[in-house]
Design a protein around this ligand. Structure first.
Ligand code: GDP
Ligand code: MN
Length: 385
């Protein structure tokens, strides 16, 4: 789960990590007022669920409140396209107005979950900022990586070694050690899969400060934090993924044109493999789960059909916990509701399979049934060809 930069900074700040003074604005008038409060000279930052905003025009230094307001007008409602958003971009609906800070040096600092070692690792670089991807690619030796032992946690000497490697000395080095230890506390307390500060800066006045912040929460731990669901900005999410989340369906959009509805992750993977084997390209991965109800199947079917890339639907379901006639009712209900005329192939097996097939045949939809997975895959590919 993602949150905005300003929310991430509130969390960091509550763990004694210095961040610039700032305010979140929802209108360009609020941007102007916030800019006045900051003394006129300030930084305007579009809040979207993606990085790379600086280069895309989503971060701007302004000198007067009127200039801030004008820029706010330009940004609000605009879709910002960055290398992390995809071609359609993300709409700006919140703007962070921050005091402008004079930067002397920019570093990169993050703690993220390394799934290969199942441990958190701390990553730091003396060359941080908007070109960090390039640094990682061209001079990987400049990136310091420390795998954190979950039993001992991050030790001060380890943090100090990294701070020294970044070229920090004296009290700045000690400040950085404290900051890293606090950052590790954030990661643990808040169940983060990523906390990233890029850039972490030394200001002209000689203080460490987090100029940008990104936090991802581990989705599997959301239940432990009652406040998380309210922190989510749904306007930044794919509507299909929101609906899938609401009905507890695992939905992942893919690039092909065959919408797939399957129960169980294992069967879903097999379905995608066999479909590809027959020359089809899946438009999504959708697991409706074992004990899906008719409503759930109907919702899943609608989610598939809302995807404009879908030209046909392949349903492959084993009716064990869920009976085949119930599945058929769900499909018919959803397809009729959205007036679906696309070809549909249903391969079902299990309880009440004959009743289910009969319901589909009698439904008047553009639907065919199949007895085996291979036959189903072949048929939907034929119907699309
Ligand atoms: P990102 O491009 O989405 O990662 O957005 P950032 O928040 O990192 O902003 C992009 C860049 O703008 C930063 O790397 C900084 O160099 C610069 N920047 C952001 N805030 C300030 C500020 O208050 N003062 C100055 N001088 N530069 C800033
Ligand atoms: Mn950044």
């Amino acid at each position: 789960m993602n949150i905005h930069e300003y929310q991430a900074k509130e969390i960091l700040s509550s763990y004694s990590i210095p961040v610039p003074r700032g305010r979140v604005a929802l209108t360009s008038d609020q941007v102007e007022r916030a800019a006045k409060e900051m003394g006129g000279r300030c930084v305007i930052k579009a809040q979207i669920y993606a990085g790379g905003r600086g280069k895309a025009g989503g971060v701007k230094l302004v000198h007067h409140p009127e200039q801030a307001q004008d820029y706010g007008k330009e940004l609000f409602g605009k879709r910002l396209v960055t290398p992390q958003t995809g071609p359609e971009g993300l709409k700006v609906r919140r703007i962070l107005v921050e005091e402008a800070v004079e930067i002397a040096r920019e570093f990169y600092l993050s703690i993220t979950l390394d799934r290969a070692t199942s441990r958190y690792c701390l990553i730091a670089s003396a060359e941080g900022g908007v070109d960090i991807e390039e640094v990682a690619q061209k001079s990987p030796e400049k990136i310091h990586v420390l795998t954190i032992d979950p039993y001992t946690g991050l030790r001060p000497y380890q943090a100090r070694r990294i701070a020294l490697a970044l070229g920090l000395t004296g009290s700045l080095c000690e400040d950085c050690v404290e900051l890293m230890l606090n950052l590790y506390k954030v990661v643990l307390d808040k169940d983060c899969s990523l906390v990233e500060i890029n850039p972490l800066v030394v200001t002209r006045a000689g203080w460490l400060m987090a100029m940008d912040a990104k936090i991802n929460f581990d989705d599997n731990a959301i239940f432990r934090h009652r406040e998380y669901p309210d922190m989510m900005d749904y306007s930044q999410l794919d509507t299909l993924e929101i609906n899938a989340g609401k009905y507890d369906l695992s939905y992942i959009k893919l690039s092909g044109n065959v919408g797939c509805m399957v129960n169980g992750a294992g069967l879903a993977m097999a379905t995608l493999d066999v479909l590809k084997e027959y020359g089809g390209e899946p438009a999504n991965f959708l697991d409706v789960g074992g004990g899906a109800t008719r409503e759930k199947v109907a919702e899943a079917f609608k989610i598939i059909l809302e995807d404009g890339d879908v030209k046909g639907v392949f349903v492959n379901i084993f009716g064990g916990i869920m009976r085949c006639d119930v599945i058929a009712q769900g499909i018919i209900e959803a397809a009729s509701e959205v007036h679906c005329t696309l070809p549909i192939v249903v391969r079902m097996d299990g309880s009440k399979v004959q009743e289910g097939k009969q319901l589909l045949v009698d439904s008047g939809l553009n639907v065919q049934t199949a007895d085996s997975l291979g036959e189903g895959a072949e048929r939907i590919v034929q119907m699309l060809g």
